[in-house]
Design a protein around this ligand. Structure first.
Ligand code: NDG
Length: 370
């Protein structure tokens, strides 16, 4: 909920649990995640690569052991697959680093749960998209990620975050929060309440299709924001997808929607200028082109039929999640100030509206790319 605490047990001591040889030189806050606390640990000497050290948010991931188990299973699967049939270009899978006792996580005396992941050598990530080529690379990365896990049965991985991306459940939770909260009816809150009310009857669209067997349960990334795609600094090409906590059974539509809502908002999800947020159609075309260049092999006709709804829904759903968290007193997403989640919600609602205004063009684009 707050900035990375400074009262942690010595970060260096925690990092040393995972450092096989080589003393830790420094541990610094890293990235801008909304859930876990993330640090980059550098190791003394030139022969050791830095690694990512994370304190898992156990209020969100209540069974961190299962998160780590999932991660080990699917990263091993993908690595084996790449060994047998390598891709024609560089693609990396982050490694789970073990403690000196060969465990995939470490529990501190204060109960905090830590894990370490390899950093992709020579790579960088970006919070916003530069241009259409960049967008195409982001789409390629998500397609490659889906492709590489498409032959692993969803039953192999545990559901580490029940209800994640099940929009009707977020709506039920929102209704409960609204019912028990003395809501301060500012113009922004009033707008949010109306915005949700007007879309409530549509928000089960993907879950209904899933129940009717129109959309199959597959494995998904769960959080394919643009800054979770790593780019090779030298070639400028996408080389990996990181932030693998939410890889679990779900719909690929959640990922496609999430990638587009994050990638096609040039002003970014953290802007305070929410009225100026819009959904950029050329970036949308770039992402979809890159994605489908890999994913057209496994998508069905029915999958295509729900792409527009997925794009609209995941932006709306994230707005609903931020709005609910604001009303509930900021208990889920980390915030920098009390209105942070309200502003984030307004950004996503504005984006949803921009997607709705462009429905005909987006549907036509999907049809052309089919
Ligand atoms: C977090 C959320 C993700 C959301 C993102 C928005 C979890 C586990 O914040 O769903 O899209 O920036 O709730 N992750 O990463």
């Amino acid at each position: 909920m707050s900035d990375p605490p400074t009262h942690y047990p010595s970060l260096i001591a925690v990092a040393e649990r995972f450092a096989s040889g080589g003393a830790i030189a420094a541990v610094e806050a890293f990235g801008s995640g909304n859930i876990n606390d993330t640090f980059l640990a550098t190791v003394e000497g030139t022969s050791h690569l830095p690694f990512v050290l994370q304190r898992i948010n156990t209020r969100v991931f209540r069974r961190p052991q299962l998160v780590m188990k999932n991660m080990s299973i699917f990263t091993r699967h993908v690595r084996d697959r790449l060994q047998h049939s390598p891709l024609s270009r560089r693609w990396e899978v982050p490694r789970v680093l073990l403690t000196t006792e060969e465990r995939d996580h470490w529990v501190e005396a204060d109960g905090s749960v830590w894990r370490a992941i390899s950093f992709i050598d020579g790579s960088e990530s970006f919070d916003a998209m530069h241009d259409v080529d960049h967008a195409t690379e982001v789409g390629y990365a998500l397609g490659t990620f889906h492709n590489l896990i498409s032959d692993l049965s969803p039953a192999q991985l545990a559901d580490t975050l029940e209800g994640f991306h099940i929009t009707p459940l977020y709506l039920q939770h929102y209704d409960r929060v609204v019912a028990k909260t003395a809501v301060n009816l500012s113009p922004e809150v009033r707008y949010g309440l109306e915005f949700v009310r007007d879309r409530a009857s549509w928000c089960a669209v993907l879950e209904t299709a899933k129940t009717q067997g129109k959309l199959p349960l597959r494995l998904m990334h769960g959080d394919p924001k643009v800054n979770n795609v790593m780019f090779d600094r030298a070639t400028g090409k996408a080389v990996s997808m990181i932030d693998l906590d939410t890889v679990k059974p779900g719909l690929v539509h959640y990922d496609i929607g999430d990638c587009l809502r994050s990638g096609c908002n040039p002003i970014g999800e953290e802007t305070e200028q929410w009225e100026t947020v819009y959904f950029e159609p050329d970036l949308c075309e770039g992402i979809l082109r890159g994605y489908l260049s890999v994913a057209q092999d496994f998508l069905t006709d029915s999958d295509y039929d729900y792409l527009f709804d997925a794009i609209r829904l995941i932006a709306f759903e994230l707005g609903l999640r931020f709005f609910t968290d604001y009303l509930a007193g900021n208990v889920y997403f980390k915030v920098k100030h009390p209105d942070h989640n309200l502003l984030r919600a307004l950004v996503q609602f504005q984006l949803t509206q921009s997607i709705e205004f462009q429905e005909t063009a987006i549907r036509a684009l999907i049809q052309d790319l089919r």
